[in-house]
Design a protein around this ligand. Structure first.
Ligand code: ADP
Length: 531
């Protein structure tokens, strides 16, 4: 589809320059525009900031009739409308907040072939809940005026994705009602499961897939060990903000609302201009923080994942994850808010085993919750591979370490020696402790298991023949995490009135360790020359 000999090619290239004032197209833009102009249903998967909007705005300008754009957030629509106004492209937003007069105007414009609107933005709620609006669309379609349907953030259809929205499920009706209007779905979510689900829900089984690379060469990916106490963790974060990112704009993502408040309060007490952002705050105070951050009055937003879609600040220099996010997908999206201006920006995860349990207790009820979580644990504990290549693998792409160009902590410490260590006997010991616990009807959490391993903790889970490992605590935790991720151990969840407790039990592959049928090795960083 990258051809330049379509009937519309000359006009497309012409309007790119004269209307959008751009010189050339980016990867996958031409392909997507050609396909949608040829009336094919398509899905465009492109990372945030890649230039998805142009892929429907330019076709809208050179097509007859109206392009309907379904978008989840009014703020996103407003940003786009403002940009379109500057380019003198007629567009409108139709929501429940639209005035009666304006609504009448829009609805008239929709059903006449002389309509002047090129793009009409609506929320999925509008389609799902307003019969009148649906009727108007049917009339528009009947007079051949509804040319194309664009669904922004199309992954919101799927419960498998990270941002499911119930009203998106309703959008399956569009292909049935308007079979000749091509659908163009846009997303930055690239997981195959999600995309297949989206095609099903939208009734576009044969939709063409266009994928732009997800590599963000200007983002530096890094994982640091999170200290055991909150005080030490805050010292570390303060040091980063005060030294490495002094005066620069950034985001800190936290696991819970409570965490985000505590972190923000702590930073403020140390003189950092920090603001908190989570779903328990009023819309007003949230938007106040957002605004202050945009204007530079707030340096750091400390947020839950509620601080997400629609964030479009170009000079975010760092994103720090105070706790691991729940999947590589989430990590990619959240850290992807850094460096939209193309300048180097840093994405740091503070990793500690205790946070894995906190996350797993939240996500284990979701169908893909644990595998997604273990994917990011793997990302955090693997010291022998380029972080960039690990993210690439998740998106079904291959980015070589060479392509990373020292833009992750692994590739940057190329001088470091990574040594492979056989830890099979340690793994056996862990399983023996769990077997001893089971024999005396005891259950252990990961913290208790580690204690028992070091010879502390309750009798019954103490096994005489086992010596305390000659390993630093973080290395012991690494082994435990790796055994979980690889299925030698398993997390077992129990509900109490107040919380979910997560115990560690032998996993499906534990017998391989008991009968000596497997060797387990772990990579350790031995010596480091950061110069
Ligand atoms: P997305 O929706 O994929 O996150 P946008 O559509 O908002 O990204 O585009 C991000 C930025 O890239 C915008 O400022 C847009 O003007 C710019 N852009 C898009 N396509 C091109 C292009 N071909 N050349 C230069 N800039 C572009």
């Amino acid at each position: 589809w990258e051809g330049t000999d379509f009937p519309w090619t000359a006009e497309l290239d012409n309007k790119l320059k004269s209307v959008f004032k751009l010189n050339e197209l980016r990867s996958m833009q031409r392909q997507t525009m050609n396909a949608t102009l040829a009336k094919e249903d398509c899905l465009l998967i492109m990372p945030t900031g890649g230039g998805k909007s142009l892929c429907f705005q330019l076709p809208a300008v050179i097509s007859k009739g109206l392009t309907l754009v379904i978008s989840p957030l009014v703020s996103l629509m407003e940003d786009q409308q403002m940009a379109l106004e500057l380019l003198k492209i007629p567009s409108a937003i139709f929501t429940s907040a639209t005035s009666k007069e304006e609504a009448k105007h829009i609805q008239e414009d929709m059903v006449t072939t002389k309509g002047h609107l090129k793009l009409l933005y609506v929320t999925p709620e509008k389609l799902a809940k307003s019969k009148r609006f649906m009727n108007r669309l049917e009339k528009s379609y009947a007079v051949n005026h509804l040319t194309r349907i664009v669904i922004d953030e199309v992954h919101c259809c799927s419960q498998w994705g990270h941002d499911f929205r119930p009203d998106y499920k309703f959008l399956g009706i569009l292909k049935r009602q308007f079979p000749n209007a091509p659908i163009l779905g846009l997303t930055a979510t690239a997981t195959i499961n999600v995309l297949e689900d989206v095609k099903k829900i939208l009734n576009i089984p044969r939709a063409l897939l266009f994928r732009a690379s997800f590599n963000r060469p200007n983002l530096f990916y890094e994982v640091q060990e999170k200290p055991a106490t909150q005080k030490d963790t805050m010292d570390k974060i303060f040091h980063l903000i005060n030294k490495r990112f002094r005066g620069q704009s950034g985001i800190i993502y936290c696991f819970s609302r409570k965490d985000s408040e505590e972190v923000a309060t702590d930073l403020k007490s140390r003189g950092i201009k920090a603001g908190c952002y989570h779903a328990d705050m009023t819309a007003q105070s949230r938007s106040a923080v957002h605004r202050k951050w945009l204007s530079g009055d707030v340096q750091v937003v400390v947020a839950t994942v509620a601080f997400g879609m629609g964030i479009d600040k170009p000079d975010v220099r760092f994103v720090i994850h105070h706790s691991i996010s729940k999947s590589i997908e989430n990590l990619y999206q959240e850290s992807g808010r850094a460096g939209r201006d193309g300048q180097r920006s840093d994405c740091i995860v503070l990793y500690r085993l205790a946070d894995v349990t906190r996350q797993s207790s939240m996500v284990f009820t979701e169908q893909t919750g644990l595998p997604n979580l273990y994917g990011i644990v793997q990302y955090c504990i693997d010291v022998a591979k380029c972080r960039r290549s690990l993210i690439a693998r998740h998106f079904g792409e291959v980015w070589e370490s060479a392509q990373c160009d020292k833009m992750c902590d692994h590739c940057d410490r190329a001088q470091c020696q990574v040594k492979v260590k056989d830890v099979t006997h340690y793994c056996k010991d862990l399983v023996s402790i769990l077997d001893a616990a089971a024999a005396t009807q005891q259950r252990v959490t990961s913290a208790k298991l580690l204690d028992a391993w070091y010879g502390r903790g309750p009798a019954g889970v103490k096994v005489k023949s086992i010596a305390a490992p000659s390993l630093a605590k973080d290395q012991a935790e690494r082994i435990l995490a790796q055994l979980l991720v690889e299925g030698y151990l398993r997390e077992d969840f129990h509900f109490t009135a107040y919380s979910t407790i997560c115990y560690i039990i032998p996993g499906p592959k534990a017998k391989l360790l008991r009968n000596g049928g497997v060797k387990v090795a772990i990579d350790f960083v031995q010596a480091c020359d950061q110069s």
